[in-house]
Design a protein around this ligand. Structure first.
Ligand code: CMC
Length: 430
């Protein structure tokens, strides 16, 4: 492999250094390009742009590989709990027993929200989208924890991370309780992370939620599978906000906003709406796939396709198995699963999807699983955010400690008016 790229521009040759990642991913370093040539690169959607070097997550989209800190995602399918993965992402290694115990204790200690935050929930209308509430309340933590706005060292960072990881589930559960007009349920210090979240979502003051192991394990796995995905839209947003020196809470709050959109985390809701539409009999799976192929329709097959994966999304494979396992239980059936299977079967044989390498992504099966464990559709993307939070935090810290980091500030190619004079209002004509 050569050690530089040569660019010819206006008869001049420019050598540009190559950067090779630890899995041999090659890149051309163009950071000096504009200074040397006057040119910038144009890459809408950044599909060919590496914004940073990162040691957190590795993806090979052609081969369907996803690894957290080197560990293949499939190895998380049956073993660890979410909190181990949180630590792995944030601290760079699997926790020792002592690290795990200390971190779990911190999560328990900080699960409660400041009582002052409750009035903020009360001021939202019942109809407020939970993602809007989540984003606002994560940002509100900046007001209630001013001591965590400047993080000087690793110890302080871990304290802030533990508070945020712990409090997001309380915020998420309160957002749901508020939207349904139910009283807030305080966190239970005797319950572990996922169980405690389900308790705050579904217990009543007079009736304790009983947690099924299968449900707890399924939600635990969903959180793990969403925990990081390198430079996706929301993580890039978090890094971009962080690059200005903004604090952890407000950076993650921005990440929630980016995640909300239907092309990103909001796809799990869009998948459910699509399946329900088909289930109501308004359209057959075949007709829906045809509509998704028609560019004029503006419709896409939700839960299909990915910027990076040009093979099966490995997370979708694991989730499909979880769905099959859940629905093999006596009495468990969901007609939406049959519709999803049918859509997948049709699309995977259709030349349109084959040629464009469009496969089911993580959102295709996650909604069906969340629905069967009792999570309302309005909370699907919130669950995605809870899962993705450790990734955001890990990237925030990596960005913050990167000696080469600069404020994110892309350029543009201007296509507007040339020099134009200001005209007084009475003289203006359209
Ligand atoms: N249904 C129909 N056509 C599609 C789909 C789809 N789901 N996805 C991509 N295409 C077509 C697209 O029209 C284009 O066709 P052509 O080359 O003829 O113009 C081609 O495939 C490439 O698509 P693209 O939009 O250029 O690809 P992208 O990398 O910019 O977008 C994506 C990736 C995930 C936004 C897109 O595949 C999509 O909209 N999928 C549906 C929404 C979805 O499931 N999102 C969740 C993504 S995974 C989790 C996450 O990141 O949050």
């Amino acid at each position: 492999m050569s050690d530089k790229a040569t660019l010819t521009l206006d008869g001049e040759q420019y050598d540009l250094p190559l950067v090779i990642g630890s899995e041999d991913e090659p890149a051309i370093d163009i950071s000096s390009l504009r200074a040397r040539t006057g040119y910038i690169t144009l890459d809408p959607g950044y599909a060919n742009t590496g914004s940073c070097q990162s040691s957190i997550t590795y993806i090979d989209g052609e081969k369907g590989i996803l690894r957290y800190r080197g560990i293949p995602i499939e190895q998380f399918a049956n073993g660890p709990n979410f909190i181990e993965v949180v630590w792995l992402l944030i601290c760079g290694h699997l926790p020792t027993t002592e690290e795990y115990t200390d971190f779990a204790r911190d999560l328990t200690l900080h699960a409660n929200l400041d009582e002052g935050m409750k009035s903020h929930f009360d001021s939202f209308p019942r109809t407020a989208p939970p993602m809007a509430v989540l984003s606002s309340m994560i940002n509100t933590l900046s007001c209630f924890h001013p001591e965590l706005l400047e993080l000087e060292d690793t110890e302080q960072f871990r304290m802030a991370a533990a508070r945020l990881i712990s409090k997001i589930r309380t915020i998420a559960a309160y957002a749901y309780r508020h939207s349904t007009g139910q009283p807030y349920i305080y966190p239970d210090p005797h319950q572990r992370y996922v169980h405690n979240f389900l308790h705050m979502m579904f217990s009543q003051p007079y009736d304790q939620y009983v947690c099924d192991d299968l449900v707890r394990d399924a939600l635990n796995l969903i959180l793990i599978l969403h925990a990081d995905h390198e430079q996706n839209c929301s993580t890039s947003t978090v890094r971009m906000v962080a690059s200005s020196g903004a604090n952890l809470f407000t950076s993650c709050s921005a990440g929630v906003g980016a995640l909300w959109g239907p092309l990103h985390g909001g796809a799990n809701v869009a998948v459910m709406n699509m399946l329900e539409e088909i289930h109501k009999g308004n359209m057959t799976p075949e007709a829906y796939v045809n509509l998704a192929k028609d560019k004029e329709s503006g419709v896409r097959l939700m839960g299909f396709g990915h910027r990076v994966y040009k093979d099966f999304d490995p997370r979708a494979k694991v989730l499909r198995e979880v769905a099959e396992r859940l629905f093999s239980q006596p009495g468990k059936k969901d007609p939406l699963l049959d519709i999803a299977r049918k859509l997948e079967e049709i699309a995977l044989q259709d030349p349109y999807f084959i040629e464009r390498k469009l496969y089911p992504n993580v959102d295709f099966y996650s909604g069906i699983i969340l629905r069967t464990i009792g999570i309302p559709t309005s909370m699907f993307t919130v669950i995605f955010a809870m899962g993705r939070l450790p990734g955001w935090i890990a990237h925030w810290w990596e960005q913050r400690r990167d000696a080469n980091s600069r404020i994110s500030r892309p350029r543009q190619i201007y296509t507007g008016n040339g020099l134009t004079d200001y005209v007084e209002m009475p003289s203006r004509k359209i």
